[in-house]
Write a protein that binds this ligand. Structure first.
Ligand code: SF4
Ligand code: SF4
Length: 348
């Protein structure tokens, strides 16, 4: 096992911040931790649960300038606005790295790939920090993840007695960690990997069983509580809906400039589904919340492969009216069990 002391880690991070853009968990006050750019290791917090927001904004910014149109007299020019330089997301939790798999499936792995997302993805190195436990609301183990899952990272650090066990996962991770000071564990000290306390597994219905529950009253009852505040979609590492807007930047006698902006959108918003002419095909809150969950567990896996949920638990924590995805998953599974019993009785 490769091992790094905390002092070696901070020395390495100080070195990295001089060369690259480093994003890491940062205490921003009043008990809130966010992934934020840091300029040295003293700005990083190492004592954190899951940051309040996922890291998706560093690959899919909430507001992004995509291109600029310039019209001079009869000449129209279009400029693609380029992405930033290489970046490291240090201390990312395994569930947040897992969230990028869902974004990749749409923005990178479909033709045509989204140039901005793909370029940023290519230029991003993910150095994860294993969670010492599963916190309240976490259910990564129910949706294919784990608190120490290295699968979607370039390298993973696991806190152990006296420092961190280091696991490189990809060539990118190996190249990055080549500049760090590792120690082979030969001193007989106890560096065994910790046992991570796990939360109970939540039943998740397979994608093909969801359509049988589409017309249940449950969704409308759930919708009665929803405030359409959109918090659950904005904090989610896998929600990825966006809106495109052309914003006027400058205009004069011979020059008109517009920029095309991409901004996050949310399917829980009242007007999300409104089209030209004013028709809204999802006017009820119950329809919108149902869509949010069907997108995650039925439509998205069916159309693109991965589930649209990595079990980070943020939407459980943030919802002001306690709409709880764990409760929803248990309810839908109970409905399926009832349906199975009814179908078995019919067959008899
Ligand atoms: S956070 Fe809760 S109240 Fe707000 S949109 Fe989501 S489900 Fe509705
Ligand atoms: S739906 Fe909720 S639990 Fe699942 S990834 Fe999004 S915020 Fe996390």
């Amino acid at each position: 096992m490769m091992f790094m002391t905390h002092d070696d880690l901070t020395t390495w991070l100080d070195h990295l911040t001089k060369e690259l853009k480093v994003i890491a968990p940062r205490d921003v006050g009043k008990g809130h931790v966010l992934y934020r750019p840091v300029t040295n290791s003293s700005e990083i917090t190492f004592d954190y649960t899951r940051p309040d927001l996922s890291a998706k904004e560093f690959l899919l910014p909430h507001t992004e300038r995509l291109m600029r149109f310039e019209k001079r007299a009869d000449q129209l020019e279009m400029h693609d606005l380029s992405c930033e330089a290489e970046q490291i997301i240090f201390g990312i939790r395994p569930c947040d790295a897992h969230g990028f798999v869902a974004l990749d499936a749409l923005f990178r792995d479909q033709e045509p790939a989204d140039a901005h997302y793909s370029q940023r993805r290519e230029m991003t190195i993910l150095v994860g920090m294993a969670c010492p436990q599963m916190w309240e609301g976490c259910f990564c183990t129910s949706v294919g993840g784990a608190p120490d899952d290295p699968s979607h990272l370039d390298a993973l650090l696991i806190p152990v007695d006296g420092g961190y066990a280091v696991q490189t996962v990809t060539d990118k991770g190996e190249k990055l960690l080549a500049s760090a000071d590792f120690k082979e564990v030969t001193d007989g000290q106890d560096r065994t990997l910790p046992e991570i306390p796990m939360n109970e597994i939540v039943p998740v219905l397979p994608p093909e069983q969801w359509p049988g529950h589409f017309d249940e009253d449950y969704w409308m009852r759930l919708g009665e509580r929803c405030l359409s505040c959109k918090l659950c979609t904005f904090i989610c590492p896998t929600c990825r809906c966006f809106d495109l807007r052309d914003e006027p930047i400058a205009s004069g006698a011979n020059l008109v400039v517009h920029e095309r902006m991409r901004v996050w959108d949310a399917c829980t918003a009242p007007n999300y589904r409104t089209i030209a002419g004013g028709h809204n095909s999802r006017p009820l809150k119950g329809q919108r919340i149902r869509n949010r969950y069907y997108c995650k567990f039925h439509y998205y896996p069916q159309d693109f492969g991965p589930l649209g949920c990595v079990g980070c638990g943020r939407c459980v924590e943030v919802c002001p009216v306690n709409i709880d995805i764990l409760e929803m998953l248990s309810t839908v599974s109970a409905m399926q069990r009832e349906l199975d019993v009814l179908e078995a009785e019919v067959e008899l």
